[in-house]
Structure formats: structure tokens, C-alpha cells
Design a protein around this ligand. Structure first.
Ligand SMILES: *Cc1c(COP(=O)(O)O)cnc(C)c1O
Length: 415
């Protein structure tokens, strides 16, 4: 992949782009929220649609010349409806966080109450963190996972809701390896007359393929990022029943955004088209099988996993169980040195700061896109163990780095 036209104008940016292609090609991308989109999605995102103003919605825009962007947005909406079975979809939010913002702005007033999962237990900034607009505009209380099992404690959640009487309960997580019982949370919300926002950010692709139960038709609102397991390029979306369609649409524009990023909406349309192909179901089920294989391999090497395993695309390793003195940051840095890219992550009952942490989160969506199977992922587990067991040993690091290169070459991307 070369950027000759960029290079003619701007060699510095061209160098960075080409170096990034190489980095993605030559590293094992295991950040659970990341993926490699197809070149078709990138072509759509890099198109003339970046030039077009299209404030409004298909068929009702504030600008002329919108017939082709209307086609693109309608296709994105129709395909999303088919993928997730939603009555109404808004594909204009610039990201998952903006999708959540649209729901809050549509349904809450400043000062209203949000009940959400604690960030250190797998929640997201946009669910009420004090440094985020949600923590500043709303009154927030948080639920937790059971510290002993790592699973959501639904009973505690229901009790907390009864006591706090939130206006909205937020579910859907950034680092939760287990299946979420959307119905149970919806019942807890109904019992206190609260809305329920299910933020399926990470698992959009798994839900579309039937690998994880769907919150659509259960929760009042469902949001998602479009660049994670669904592999449709950077962006966000809101799914809801017809009943809330107008509220959500007007919260997005004029409420919080101006012109939609039509080039990204084209990326969404193309990525959704790809996800409607039967191969995508195989991709999603392989992604989950790969995460299970990775988790088992790590357990065989003595690592402790939060909740003892996974039902999804990610595993969360609690390093305290096997390596008292190795922090998440230490592990992240040592692994990056050999070409394995993942992130330090807080774990339930975290005792270190969020910048240091006691855990690492590892996902398989990007590896699966480049063709990894269970055997490859077990081998990646072996490599992670060799690195974490030998931090600072240059010989071991050199050997593992070579093996990482071989794995990358055997499963190449972006030729
Ligand atoms: C990734 C994520 C989001 C959205 O992130 P963006 O970067 O804004 O797309 C929202 N909620 C959860 C739970 C996430 O994991």
C-alpha cells in the first residue's frame, strides 16, 4: 500500500502512513477494540464524500446535491437494520461515544441519574466517568462485577437500581469477557422505571453474527462503534424502536452534530455489506473460538483469567495471580517490543493506578481478520508467556520477535 499522491504533497505524512501500514502488517494486533478493515472500506472512506455537506437525513437535507449521499446513507441504514434487526438506525454519530451522547441528550436532562459499570471493572468513559461529560452533566452511581467470580452481579445491580432510582441504566462493556444477560438488566430497569442503554460497542460483529445474544429488541436503546468487531470503519450508530426514532435523530442533528461524515458513512455501508455475507458468520465464530484457545493457552502457562475464561473476543488476564511483580504496563511494554500489541487494563479489585494496572486485555478480532485459527492463537499464548516470564532477557525477546515476524508473514495483510 503506497501513498504516492500524499507523498507528492507531503512526504512527512506519507512516511508516517507507510510506516503505519508496515506496523500493522508486522505486528500482532491484539487490542480488543481494534480490527483491520478491508481495502474496500478504506476506499469508500477515502472518497469524494468527504466534500459533501449533508446536514439532515436522507430525503430531507438542508443542502442541495445530496442524491448520491442519500443513496449511501440509506444503504448503510438498510444494511444495519438487516444485520441487527432494528426498527430504526441512525448511522451519523461520529463514534461510539457520540452515539451514547445522542441517547443521553435525547432522554435525559442535566442532573438526571445514570447507573453504570465502574470503569475499572470494564465500563467506558462515556458511561459516567468524572472526567467525561457524562460525569459532569449527570449524577452517576456505578455497579461492579462480583470480585470473586469476575461475572456481573445482577442481583446487586437490581438492588442498587432500587435504592438509587436511576433515569437510565447503562450496560455493555469494554473489558468484560462474558455473555451479558440483557433481559435481566432490562427487567432491573423496568422495575424502577428507568431506560436501558445497551452499549454493544465491542461486540457489534458478534451480535450481528449470532455469536452473542442481541440486545436489540430487548434494551430501549442500543449503541455501537462500527470499527470494532463489525469491521466497518471508524464511527458509531444508535439502534432503537420507531417510538424513539425522532428523539434520537434530532439529538444527533441539530442536537450535537453538524454535517455527517458521509465518507465514513460510506465505509459503514460497505463494511455492513461485507458483514451480510455468510463468511462473516465464520469470521465471528472463529474470533470467539480463537479467544477461547488463547485463554486456554495462557491458563496452561499459569496465568489467571478474570472469570476463568471467555465467551467473547477477548480475555482479561489478572497478572497478580501468576506474576506478583509484573504490572500490566510492564507486560504491555515488553510485548510491544516483540511486536505483540495489546493494552494494560485494570482488573476487578484493582490495586494499582489506571496507568499501571495489574492486568492485560487481549483480543482476537484483528488476528482473526488476518487468518489466525485456534492453533495460531494457542501459539500466541505461548509467545506471551515467554515474554512475560522473561522480561529483560534480550535473547528470549529476540527469539520471540522473530517468531512473531514469521506468524505475520504467514498471515499477511495489506499487501
Ligand atoms: C469503544 C467503546 C465505546 C466507544 O468508543 P469510541 O472510541 O467513541 O467509538 C463506547 N462504549 C464502550 C463500552 C466501548 O468499549
Amino acid at each position: 500500500m503506497e501513498y504516492d499522491r500524499v507523498r507528492d504533497v507531503d512526504p512527512e505524512v506519507a512516511d508516517a502512513l507507510e510506516a503505519e501500514v508496515e506496523r500493522q502488517r508486522d505486528t500482532l494486533e491484539m487490542i480488543a477494540s481494534e480490527n483491520h478493515v478491508s481495502e474496500a472500506v478504506m476506499e469508500a472512506q477515502g472518497s469524494v464524500l468527504t466534500n459533501k455537506y449533508a446536514e439532515g437525513y436522507p430525503g430531507s437535507r438542508y443542502y442541495g446535491g445530496c442524491e448520491h449521499v442519500d443513496t449511501v446513507e440509506e444503504l448503510a441504514i438498510e444494511r444495519a437494520k438487516e444485520l441487527w434487526g432494528a426498527e430504526h438506525v441512525n448511522v451519523q454519530p461520529h463514534s461510539g461515544t457520540q452515539a451514547n451522547m445522542a441517547v443521553y441528550f435525547a432522554m435525559l436532562d442535566p442532573g438526571d441519574k445514570i447507573l453504570s459499570l465502574d470503569l475499572t471493572h470494564g465500563g467506558h468513559l462515556s458511561h459516567g466517568h468524572h472526567a467525561n461529560f457524562t460525569g459532569q452533566l449527570y449524577e452517576v452511581e456505578q455497579y461492579e462485577v462480583d470480585p470473586d467470580t469476575g461475572y456481573l452481579d445482577y442481583e446487586a445491580l437490581r438492588d442498587h437500581a432500587e435504592e438509587f432510582e436511576p433515569d437510565i441504566i447503562v450496560s455493555g462493556y469494554s473489558a468484560y469477557p462474558r455473555e451479558v444477560e440483557w433481559e435481566t438488566i432490562q427487567e432491573a430497569a423496568d422495575a424502577v422505571d428507568a431506560y436501558h442503554l445497551a452499549d454493544m460497542a465491542h461486540i457489534t460483529g458478534l451480535v450481528a453474527a449470532g455469536e452473542h445474544p442481541s440486545p436489540v429488541g430487548v434494551a430501549d436503546f442500543v449503541t455501537g462503534s462500527t470499527h470494532k468487531t463489525i469491521r466497518a470503519g471508524r464511527g458509531g450508530m444508535v439502534l432503537c424502536d420507531e417510538e424513539y426514532a425522532d428523539d434520537i435523530d434530532s439529538a444527533v442533528i441539530p442536537g450535537m452534530q453538524g454535517g455527517p461524515l458521509m465518507h465514513n458513512i460510506a465505509g459503514k455501508a460497505v463494511g455492513f455489506r461485507e458483514a451480510l455475507e455468510p463468511e462473516f458468520e465464520e469470521y465471528a465464530s472463529q474470533t470467539v473460538a480463537n479467544a477461547k484457545a488463547l485463554g486456554e493457552s495462557l491458563q496452561d502457562h499459569g496465568f489467571g483469567l478474570v472469570s476463568e475464561g471467555t465467551d467473547t473476543h477477548l480475555v482479561l488476564v489478572d497478572l497478580r495471580e501468576s506474576h506478583e511483580d509484573v504490572t500490566g504496563k510492564d507486560a504491555e511494554e515488553a510485548l510491544e517490543d516483540v511486536g505483540i500489541v495489546l493494552n494494560a487494563n485494570t482488573v476487578p479489585g484493582e490495586t494499582r493506578s489506571p496507568f499501571v494496572t495489574s492486568g492485560i486485555r487481549a483480543g482476537t478480532p484483528a488476528l482473526t481478520t488476518r487468518g489466525f485459527d485456534e492453533e495460531d492463537c494457542r501459539y500466541v499464548g505461548d509467545l506471551i508467556a515467554r515474554v512475560v516470564n522473561n522480561i529483560g532477557d534480550e535473547d528470549v525477546m529476540g527469539e520471540v520477535a522473530e517468531e512473531v515476524q514469521e506468524l505475520c508473514e504467514a498471515n499477511s495483510i495489506y499487501e
